[in-house]
Design a protein around this ligand. Structure first.
Ligand SMILES: [Zn+2]
Length: 452
């Protein structure tokens, strides 16, 4: 398999590629886009755009939205995906929670809920729980499961997306190679896309949140564990075996505490939610003055308790949070020095601690990064809060509904459009894929039609 090519099917032609490019611009331009702007962005004639749009409207995928602002003459008619085309489901399974979203085709949330969950219960029980939760929310929304066009599911481990399984996930013992995607597809009767939760978080923040349509961004998910989703050069970077972004297992302290992966001193063992809770329990047991000592039994102290106490001014809790922020800063400085993103988004449950965590993190990044890299990056909390991953799963589900089963999920395989209207494929890949025919198009068109 050649993972650099966005389109696995040999049956592509320019008509198809133009249609797809138009569709992606309509999807990802905030507030919608006019026919004239589509023609300008894509270097296509107005009549070509009009014909494609007419076709998309006829098939019920696209509709005319409210008018945009007038620019001198009449107000342009903006196009958007048709929210009534169908429904999708996004499920974010964390280590200790499950967030489920039912959305329309415009990714507007109709029902959502987060419930406690334990990934250690294993696939049979956890997937039954996911099934129950999806059916419950659909029922609340008055939607039949047959109306669901596709589902996106995020899990806290390395995913082999093509196979729909996780591979040797450190915090998901018992899940190795379990046919998660196929199992859910059978239960729900629709295509399911399985992906890593941090990658889904990156996609959610890229589409609707803090990293909106950024070409180079890193999303760091700090929950019980720590993971990262990387969007490099406009596409999700997954590595050879889906293991890219496993920032939680960077060694930060050579002889530090033991990690779930078996090594010592990993970032996750120092700064993940489970580590924060463990540190707090130790602080209480050491007899230090802290309001965390009021929580009984002491073993039930969670990262959330630590965050709440820190916000209320508890010094011991603040110190635990700041330490976690510093460790995260060391690892993120490494990510920045390595990949030079323009945006680092910190999400997941622990990130809800806000500046108590982010200030020490930013300080360490300033100290440890090359200055030009620091000057060109902003580090911010996730705009979608605890929903980054489930919204990313919704984006992925819409993608799957639009292009499956003929193509698979190309966002994850291929490029994402960026602010300037270019895309993930480079010139060489385009030529590789399009062959000689590409020479007859303008460079801008070549780059647009292929990569989204
Ligand atoms: Zn580890």
């Amino acid at each position: 398999m050649n993972s650099t090519i966005a389109f696995p099917s040999p049956n592509y032609n320019f008509r198809y590629l133009n249609r797809r490019a138009v569709l992606e611009f309509i999807r990802f331009t905030p507030g919608g886009i006019s026919r004239a702007e589509l023609a300008r962005q894509l270097d296509l004639t107005r009549s070509t755009v009009s014909a494609i749009v007419a076709d998309l409207m006829q098939s019920g995928l696209v509709r005319e939205a409210e008018s945009g602002p007038a620019t001198g003459g009449r107000r342009p008619i903006l196009l958007e995906l048709n929210p009534q085309h169908g429904y999708v489901v996004g499920v974010d399974m964390g280590a200790t929670h499950m967030h489920t979203v039912v959305a329309d085709f415009l990714a507007h949330v109709i029902q959502e809920e987060e419930i406690p969950f334990d990934v250690l219960d294993g696939p049979a029980l956890c997937l039954a729980q996911a099934d129950l939760q999806v059916r419950r929310l659909l029922q609340k929304a008055g939607i039949a499961i047959e109306q669901v066009l596709a589902a996106g599911v995020g899990v806290p481990g390395p995913v082999l997306a093509e196979a729909g399984v996780v591979s040797a996930p450190p915090i998901m013992p018992g899940w190795d190679n379990y046919p998660i995607r196929d199992h859910l597809q059978r239960l729900w009767g629709c295509p399911v896309s399985l992906n890593n939760d941090a990658e889904m978080g990156a996609l959610g923040e890229w589409a609707f949140g803090a990293g909106r349509i950024r070409r180079h961004m890193a999303y760091i998910k700090v929950g019980s564990g720590v993971g990262a989703g990387l969007i490099l050069d406009g596409r999700i970077y997954r590595g050879a075996a889906g293991l890219a972004g496993e920032i939680g297992h960077l060694t930060i302290q050579e002889n530090g505490p033991r990690c779930s992966c078996g090594n010592h001193g990993c970032l996750e063992a120092l700064a993940g939610g489970a580590a924060i809770a463990r540190n707090a329990i130790q602080v209480v047991q050491s007899g230090k003055r802290t309001q965390l000592a009021n929580i009984r039994p002491v073993e039930s102290i969670s990262a959330r308790h630590v965050g709440e106490a820190a916000r209320l001014g508890d010094l011991a809790a603040q110190e635990i949070v700041a330490n976690a922020g510093e460790y995260l800063g060391i690892a993120i400085a490494g990510v920045i020095n390595l990949s030079n993103p323009s945006m680092v988004v910190v999400g997941g449950g622990v990130a809800q601690m806000g500046d108590l965590l982010l200030e020490p993190l930013r300080r360490v990044v300033r100290e440890r990064c090359l200055r030009p890299a620091v000057q060109s990056v902003s580090i911010t909390a996730a705009v979608l809060g605890r929903r980054s991953s489930s919204m990313g799963a919704v984006v992925q589900a819409i993608e799957t509904a639009l292009y499956a089963p003929t193509e698979g999920n190309s966002i994850m395989k291929g490029g994402l459009p960026d602010q300037n209207g270019t895309n993930g494929l480079n010139e060489e890949e385009l030529v590789q894929f399009q062959g000689d025919a590409a020479a007859s198009q303008t460079p801008k068109q070549r780059s647009m039609v292929a990569g989204v």
